[in-house]
Design a protein around this ligand. Structure first.
Ligand SMILES: O=P(O)(O)OC[C@H]1O[C@H](OP(=O)(O)OP(=O)(O)O)[C@H](O)[C@@H]1O
Ligand code: HPA
Ligand SMILES: [Mg+2]
Length: 170
């Protein structure tokens, strides 16, 4: 299958550097330590690049949830693993790769809120505004058009995750 480039490596790198600075600025008067939650599998590349650009102590958690089959959300969020540390009273930053329908993020935020974090924010690399996601993110890398994108962690049925740029299929 042919892939077209939507966001190349250089653009990803530059924007993630800016996002790291925005995130640092937001927290720096409030706390010296945040707790970042990586939403596996898709956010793995974004997470590792983003945390390197945040000038604070960053604790890590990983959650693994999945709901897509091919290019469609099944609407059922399967939780494969969940945070293994308390986040009560912490500054929590959820790190997602993409906000599409918003169902995944809505589910995650609903549950994380029950642990009473001090503050709960979201960074997403990509957002599809035309899909009108049901929840919003606080830090957004790129607004993109409604194309099914792959690469840099994002997959189509587990393929293309290791492509180093964001591409789309034709
Ligand atoms: O806003 P939504 O419509 O819910 O879509 C966004 C979610 O869907 C994808 O996960 P997926 O279920 O494909 O799991 P994966 O991260 O393991 O690929 C993506 O990584 C987001 O987590
Ligand atoms: O456009 C997408 N690409 C890959 N995974 C996704 N999960 C939601 N939307 C997408
Ligand atoms: Mg996926």
């Amino acid at each position: 299958m042919d892939l077209k480039v939507l966001i190349d490596q250089e653009k990803l790198k530059n924007r993630i550097k800016e996002l790291g600075a925005e995130i640092t600025n937001y927290y720096k008067e409030k706390t010296d330590t945040i707790h970042a939650v990586c939403v596996l599998k898709g956010a793995i590349h974004f997470f590792t690049d983003l945390v390197e650009n945040i000038d604070l102590n960053v604790e890590y958690s990983f959650i693994h949830v999945s709901s897509y089959s091919g290019m469609e959300s099944t609407g059922r969020i399967r939780v494969k693993s969940w945070i293994d540390e308390p986040i009560e009273s912490k500054y929590v930053l959820v790190v997602e790769d993409i906000l599409d329908t918003g169902q995944t993020l809505s589910y995650i935020l609903g549950y994380l809120n029950r642990y009473n974090p001090k503050d709960l924010k979201v960074a997403t690399l990509l957002k599809k505004p035309s899909k009108k996601p049901i929840v919003s993110a606080d830090f957004i890398g790129f607004d993109i058009e409604d194309k099914f994108v792959v690469g840099y962690g994002l997959d189509f049925d587990e393929k293309y995750r290791n492509i180093p740029y964001i591409g789309y299929m034709e």
